[in-house]
Write a protein that binds this ligand. Structure first.
Ligand code: CO8
Length: 418
């Protein structure tokens, strides 16, 4: 049997250097550790890719925990009253109450933004009411994508005409085709190409990976990566375990080569790293197949659902190891990271991951949490944390942007302020 791990050794000049340690278990008493040098040295990049601008847009309306719980509990009362006889006979399970205190303690969430509040708290509806738009009109998701894109373009000090590729990457797109990215491209007047990507919670970081690779390959000069997370239509507001988790938001980043960057706060992308591992613990079965399957297209399994505890237990160690390995590839110890812009699913997950990495809790300054105001915004969480907390870093400061969630999927970028 053997066990692999990364350890940190002090070099001659006292710098911490990552090494791989493989321990061979020869028998019960005898172990043979073999120390290997860092095998992850990167090839020198001739063209430095940077993040030159970031934008965070949120809807005007929001829902507090108290409002959400009041509506959910009224729904429970109505359900239990309607099914009183079946519940008494043991044929139907009574629905349990939700609690605002539980939500804040279990997740760190106090409120969430919502694209259309109307309908979501109505116990006869329990879903937002969004007016359909004609094919000739800008779609809802493209509209919020454009809002975030404009903010990112402003921050990067460029106009839409300076962009030649658009990636819309998020947990859901409101239709299969034409791509939302192409609609956004048209709305902003961008010459070039665009495409959509779905990678659930890691869509934003994976989208940046693609932008990074397209820039390295010379296939684009300036890429707009947009994450219009319009998730409220997929939330089961009648499910106590998940009704509180998500909020709507749109984020965007501009990636380009360093020599064209004009933004005030520019970050070198040292590298990107992605990992996926199949799990059905976070799942939505919504899709085009339901029509042929003769099933309820809006049944509970067609909406977001998860085994939250399992996700927590399985994803935290995966994410911590992923980040540590990524940093090690740059000879950077976790202590050398000035800021952690982590995925925003649950405050306790981030606390645990930081403890694993640093051996202590991270402060709000080191690892900002935006859950209290935004809730879980699928892939946009780490970008919100970055967008709201990056201007104070000084040249040479290193940060980590990392997402983790459904798939499972983990995506990270190690970045350094110019
Ligand atoms: N009010 C009161 N009690 C509650 C509530 C509630 N609202 N919800 C659950 N409880 C109860 C449970 O029933 C349970 O009771 P009992 O002990 O009697 O069984 C008790 O409270 C404890 O429940 P849990 O063990 O489930 O509570 P946790 O402390 O684990 O907290 C969390 C639940 C917050 C869900 C937590 O497990 C968590 O955050 N896990 C991580 C999940 C995660 O990160 N998921 C990622 C999802 S996001 C993603 O991948 C993107 C998908 C695409 C976007 C989708 C948009 C719609």
């Amino acid at each position: 049997m053997m066990h692999k791990q990364i350890s940190w050794l002090k070099s001659a000049n006292s710098a911490l250097v990552p090494v791989r340690v493989i321990t061979f278990y020869l028998n019960e008493k005898c172990r043979l550790p073999v120390v290997l040098p860092n095998l992850y040295k990167r090839m020198h990049m001739s063209q430095q890719v940077v993040i030159s601008g970031v934008g965070v847009w949120h809807p005007k309306e929001s829902i507090t925990n108290e409002e959400l719980v009041e509506s959910y509990n009224a729904y429970v009362d109505a359900f239990n009253h309607k099914h009183a006889d079946e519940i008494a006979a043991g044929d139907v399970t009574a629905m349990p109450y939700s609690s605002a205190e539980f939500i804040e303690k279990a997740s760190g969430i106090k409120r969430r933004y919502i694209y259309q509040k109307d309908g979501a708290l109505d116990i006869n509806r329990m879903k937002p009411k969004i007016a359909p738009r004609a094919d000739e009109e800008l779609s809802h998701q493209a509209e919020i994508a454009v809002e975030a894109a404009k903010l990112a373009l402003d921050a990067a000090n460029v106009s839409a005409q300076d962009v030649d590729a658009v990636i819309v990457s998020c947990a859901y797109t409101q239709r299969a085709y034409p791509a939302i990215a192409i609609e956004v491209q048209e709305a902003l007047g961008i010459e070039g190409f665009g495409f959509d990507m779905l990678v659930a919670c890691s869509a934003a970081t994976f989208g940046m990976h693609r932008a990074y690779e397209m820039l390295c390959a010379g296939n684009a000069k300036r890429v707009l990566v947009i994450n219009p997370e319009l998730v409220s239509p997929q939330i089961n507001y009648t499910d106590r375990d998940s009704h509180f988790i998500f909020g709507d938001v749109a984020t965007a980043t501009v990636l380009e080569l360093a020599d064209t960057a004009k933004g005030e706060h520019v970050y070198d992308v040292l590298s990107t790293k992605a990992l996926t591992k199949f799990s059905s613990n976070i799942r939505s079965n919504f899709g085009y197949m339901t029509r042929a399957e003769d099933v309820d297209p809006y049944g509970p399994d067609k909406l977001f659902h998860q085994a939250g505890r399992k996700v927590f237990k399985e994803v935290c160690p995966l994410a911590a190891e992923h980040i540590e390995t990524h940093l090690a590839s740059h000879d950077i110890a976790p202590e050398g990271v000035r800021r952690w812009w982590l995925h925003q699913a649950n405050i306790n997950m981030n606390t645990l991951i930081c403890k694993r990495l640093l051996g202590r809790e991270a402060s709000q300054e080191e690892a900002p949490i935006v859950l209290d105001e935004y809730a879980n915004t699928a892939s946009a969480g780490s970008v919100i944390a970055f967008g709201l907390n990056h201007k104070d870093l000084v040249s040479g400061d290193v940060g980590v942007l990392c997402s983790f969630g459904a798939g499972y999927s983990i995506g990270s970028l190690v970045i350094k302020k110019r």
